[in-house]
Design a binder for this molecule. Structure first.
Ligand SMILES: [Zn+2]
Length: 363
């Protein structure tokens, strides 16, 4: 792309879809700081200020430091329904401000016993917050001009953690079924496999759950896939592909055999997260050698640029598009084609696909 082409493509103004964003990891440091100030003033927390715990500009969390950040810090700060609502609203506003018009947020249902919140109430709180936000957008957009890129619509994916016991995993699937298709708009649309790739995958525990999930009509399936060498054995990748997922996240440590299998499936969604992979040291050689470069031209796959954890890695989706332009030289037309192609693999249904095609087909 030439400098002049670059100048006319404003990545924030470009309507975008985001399919791989973890709710807790998408909360900005500023938002966590606001929560901390409130809780500190009320004598409700002994935690350190998030701006000290996670200094601005620090983005090099690797697999050893990333997961403890959640288990020992963020989850202890976001520990009741009002905070869950507050942080979810902030996440939705941040994505909307970055030009995202369709968002699939994912989260592992988390009971908050001290606050009297069950796993089901956790999911309900998030769905209520999404509904509240969309209502708020509806109100404010009445006065705005026609022809704006479109409002943000959000769907929810429930995650099963690699470390889950069978009972926990079955509960997540039960919640997905309970909330699937409930109401006209704000629904759970998919199920995910997430968690620390260093944790062994208990195939006997999880296979029956994902095989059952595959049989639930209307429920999409996405899996964190080959994130690290330790989670990329032939046995694991064959098992995961055997669950017949619709989309795969990361897809880093795949050899030619598995790559070919993905291609042969045809139309598989690949959620690729450049900044996360580079900052966390999951890929070597920097942005230029990221596997986005290998996949984006493959017709048989659908690459969707995603952020993973923008609160931690600090790169909003608009910046991910700027990065692929910078490092892989995509033209404006190629960027627009990339965004549009992603619509094919959303879990939000045909009506939503039609709305997005309407928005994204207007240059
Ligand atoms: Zn992820």
């Amino acid at each position: 792309m030439t400098a002049s082409e670059n100048a006319v493509l404003d990545y924030k103004a470009l309507p975008k879809i985001e399919l791989h964003a973890h709710l807790s990891g998408s909360i900005s440091r500023q938002c966590l700081h606001e929560v901390w100030l409130t809780k500190k003033a009320a004598g409700e927390t002994d935690l350190q200020d998030p701006l000290i715990e996670m200094p601005e500009g620090k983005h090099n969390y690797d697999l050893k430091t990333f997961f403890p950040l959640f288990s020992s810090y963020i989850y202890n700060l976001v520990n009741d329904a009002p905070t869950l609502r507050y942080t979810t609203l902030a996440v939705l506003r941040d994505f909307a401000a970055d030009g995202v018009v369709y968002l699939e947020l994912r989260t592992t249902p988390r009971a908050m016993p001290a606050a009297g919140l069950t796993e089901a109430a956790y999911v309900q709180t998030i769905l209520d917050t999404i509904a509240e936000y969309e209502e708020e957008q509806e109100q404010s957009s009445r006065d705005l001009d026609e022809g704006r890129p479109g409002r943000l619509r959000t769907k929810l994916i429930l995650s099963i953690d690699r470390r889950h016991t069978p009972a926990q995993a079955w509960r997540v699937l039960a919640l997905a079924k309970q909330f699937l298709g409930r109401g006209s708009d704000n629904v759970v649309v998919g199920i995910d496999l997430c968690g620390n790739p260093a944790a062994p995958l208990d195939s006997q525990a999880l296979s029956p759950v994902f095989e059952e999930a595959r049989r639930v009509a209307g429920l999409g399936m996405t899996l964190h896939f080959a994130e690290a060498e330790c989670s990329a054995s032939d046995a694991e990748l064959d098992l995961l592909l055997g669950w017949r997922p619709d989309r795969l996240g990361h897809v880093i440590c795949v050899g030619e055999r598995v790559r070919q299998q993905i291609v042969e499936r045809g139309g598989m969604g690949l959620e690729l997260c450049l900044s996360c992979n580079v900052h966390a040291g999951m890929v070597g050689g920097g942005f230029e050698s990221h596997h986005f470069g290998e996949w984006w031209k493959v017709d048989e796959a659908v690459v969707v640029l995603s952020t993973d954890d923008v609160g931690v890695f600090g790169s909003p989706l608009s910046n991910e598009y700027a990065l692929v332009t910078q490092h892989f030289g995509l033209t404006r037309a190629e960027i627009c084609t990339l965004v549009r192609k992603g619509v094919d693999v959303i879990f939000g249904g045909e009506e939503e696909k039609a709305r997005l095609r309407n928005i994204l087909w207007v240059d």
